[in-house]
Design a protein. Structure first.
Length: 661
């Protein structure tokens, strides 16, 4: 098969695999693995695991390690140090130690296929300690669990696992040396790694910042991208030349770039290479798997699947419980991290490359790892059911948490539920307090909740993405819900729960920019407030004022821009304290709800000719609580609430026209 035909085959397999996984809401990585198994020499035999494709897969690992280095941040590590260097480090060390002892014990007892030396046992034990960052983080983000109690512990463990790969990348090639040169090889490898890392990290950061600044000043995206590829692959080549691995050099390159102001741009630029090439790596891994092993040695594969899953689950459960987590949180953490990971495949490939594992053992291990990753989405999906069934105290704790929320909200009505009590949530709460409007805030940071509650704020510990927490906070009695966090999957979950249980309650959502505006509005958001837009308006207002534009004109320009974006800011709702001479002739907002007997029901909005009366329909809320942008073709139905804008006299005429029986 020609190179072009082989490339097309890989791309077709990758596309089909990812499409199927997306349709089933599974991580793309599983699609790549399945595609590799299908087209590989042990299934349809459409392609061989050629050297050229394997080298492309190695570049995928290079960019994966570069991305990990790019995320390496000392402030981030300090903020998560208890979970990273406490729970994470203990998990990797204990899992590796227990697996190492167990593998050697099994080799001494059974022999045969398990006749392995301590070098192989150590390499395989390090492989076993890894979990899948890509699968777990993606699924947690979709389930809006990144900020939950188990989510923070999972992220800490995954972060340390990523760091632990670096010494293993140095160690495994040295373990492949002959027995009489092993100690020398190990010492020399560690010395080379230490010298290289010290030189690069001590003087390399300043050089990297100077060089990237020099390149960026040329204002050429093409030059910046070429330079980025040169740095990544160049440092990878240097470490390989020093007898270490390509991946170690890529990790160092990522760490160097992470200390510059270009890290976010670099992360965006490198993402396409990372995703595509890493996909090819997983296709090559899938092609290595002989599915016949599943039939011929199913007992061995089953043992290699169940024992590591049980070991990691038990270790993580015990450690998390010992470090103060509840049994339910500990069990969830263990269930999420029991599987094999992408770095496990990287280390396993390195182990095979240096002759540390024989083919008779390689395929069963590979099959068990693939199966464990295939099982991960289902373990996570049903984790709550498993925890609730096995841990009675978790159900009781959740019930007590809901009772605490309900007790605080039991006498509250017409209040605002604030989802997330960070800076935005606290600012909103202060404004509501000034206006005498009650509120109930839900937040998942126990320290913030404790301090805010002690200061007299109405805030409780609770997950706003869970329907039970919203109901306990008095959702059906609330006058509005304000979502202050910017995690889009979590926001969509809040919108779904609100729309299903209290469709008439309006929801205001904060976002970082307007890229998800349509999606959030379609999900039921009454109004979406993008931070980037508001920031640009304030920036523009200050700039205009500083260059001499009169303040009255500045305010009018900013208000015009807001009016163009936010329907509900076009005018104001009239109240008793607005009934002054100056206010009577101002444009105001007015709502009209259509009763069942109104003659306008079933008619298109354009037929009513409200525009000719000087009235504009700003917004339309249907009986089910959903908001829509009104057009002339919009057909009116009973229970629809129209938000009208106009002068008082015109609004009175429009009301009579709409409500006439």
């Amino acid at each position: 098969m020609s190179s072009l035909a082989l490339t097309l085959l890989y791309l077709l397999a990758a596309v089909l695999g990812v499409v199927v996984c997306r349709s089933l809401k599974l991580p793309p990585m599983l699609g790549y693995l399945a595609a590799g198994i299908l087209i590989g020499p042990h299934a349809l035999a459409l392609a061989q695991n050629s050297d050229s494709v394997r080298h492309l897969g190695e570049f995928g690992v290079v960019f994966l390690m570069f991305s990990i280095g790019l995320e390496f941040s000392l402030p981030k590590l300090r903020a998560m140090q208890r979970n990273v260097f406490g729970l994470g480090m203990l998990q990797v060390v204990l899992t590796t130690a227990i697996a190492f002892a167990g593998t050697l014990g099994l080799a001494a007892w059974v022999g045969g296929v398990w006749d392995v030396g301590w070098q192989t046992a150590l390499a395989l034990s390090g492989t076993l300690a890894m979990s899948s960052t890509a699968i777990v983080v993606k699924l947690m983000a979709e389930r809006a669990e990144l900020e939950s109690e188990h989510g923070r512990r999972i992220l800490g463990i995954l972060l340390f696992q990523d760091l632990a790969v670096v010494p293993l990348l140095v160690l495994i090639p040295a373990l492949g040396s002959s027995p009489d040169q092993l100690l020398t090889a190990l010492g020399f490898a560690l010395l080379k790694a230490l010298v290289l890392v010290t030189v690069l990290l001590s003087g390399g950061q300043g050089v990297m910042r100077w060089w990237l600044t020099l390149v960026a000043r040329r204002k050429s995206d093409e030059l910046f991208m070429l330079n980025l590829l040169l740095i990544t692959l160049g440092l990878s080549w240097l470490t390989e030349l020093a007898g270490l691995s390509l991946a170690l050099g890529a990790f160092i390159a990522g760490v160097l770039v992470s200390e510059t102001e270009y890290r976010h741009q670099v992360g965006t630029d490198i993402r396409p290479f990372h995703d595509v090439l890493l996909g090819l790596f997983f296709i090559t891994i899938g092609m290595m798997l002989d599915w016949h092993i599943l039939l011929e040695q199913w007992v061995l594969v089953l043992v290699l699947l169940i024992v590591p899953l049980g070991l990691k689950l038990g270790v993580i459960l015990s450690l998390a419980r010992g470090l103060g987590a509840t049994t339910g949180v500990s069990l969830r953490t263990g269930l999420y991290l029991a599987q094999a990971g992408e770095f496990g495949f990287v280390l396993l490939s390195l182990t095979q490359e240096h002759g540390l594992v024989r083919p008779a053992l390689m395929n069963p291990i590979l099959a068990a790892m693939v199966l464990s990753m295939l099982a991960t989405p289902f373990l996570i999906m049903y984790s709550n059911h498993i925890v609730m069934k096995l841990v009675a105290s978790d159900w009781l704790q959740q019930s007590l948490q809901m009772t605490t929320i309900a007790r605080r909200a039991i006498d509250t009505s017409k209040h605002v539920i604030i989802c997330g009590y960070g800076r935005s949530g606290q600012n909103l709460a202060r404004m509501l307090e000034r206006e005498g409007i009650p509120y109930m805030a839900l937040d998942l940071d126990p320290d913030r909740v404790r301090q805010a509650a002690a200061a007299g704020h109405t805030v409780v510990y609770g997950d706003a993405t869970r329907l039970q927490a919203l109901v306990a906070a008095g959702l059906v009695r609330a006058s509005a819900v304000a979502v202050t966090f910017i995690d889009v999957p979590a926001v969509l979950k809040v919108l779904e729960n609100t729309r299903s249980h209290a469709p008439r309650v309006p929801v205001v959502v904060r976002t970082q920019d307007d890229s998800h505006l349509d999606k959030l509005r379609a999900a039921g958001a009454t109004e979406v407030v993008p931070e980037a837009i508001e920031g640009s308006l304030m920036l523009a207002s200050h700039a205009l004022a500083l260059v001499g534009v009169p303040m009255r004109r500045v305010l009018r320009l900013v208000q015009d821009q807001r009016d163009a974006r936010y329907n509900l800011l076009r005018g104001y709702f009239h109240g008793a304290d607005d009934d002054t001479v100056n206010e009577r002739d101002q444009v105001r907002l007015f709502t009209v709800t259509l009763p069942p007997g109104a003659h306008t029901l079933g008619k298109p909005l354009g037929e009513l000719a409200l525009q000719s009366m000087g009235v504009r329909v700003v917004n339309l809320r249907h009986d089910n609580g959903r908001m829509s942008t009104p057009t002339e073709e919009t057909v009116l139905a009973a229970g629809d609430t129209l938000v009208l804008s106009g002068h008082p006299g015109a609004l009175a005429g429009a009301q009579n026209k709409l409500l006439r029986g």
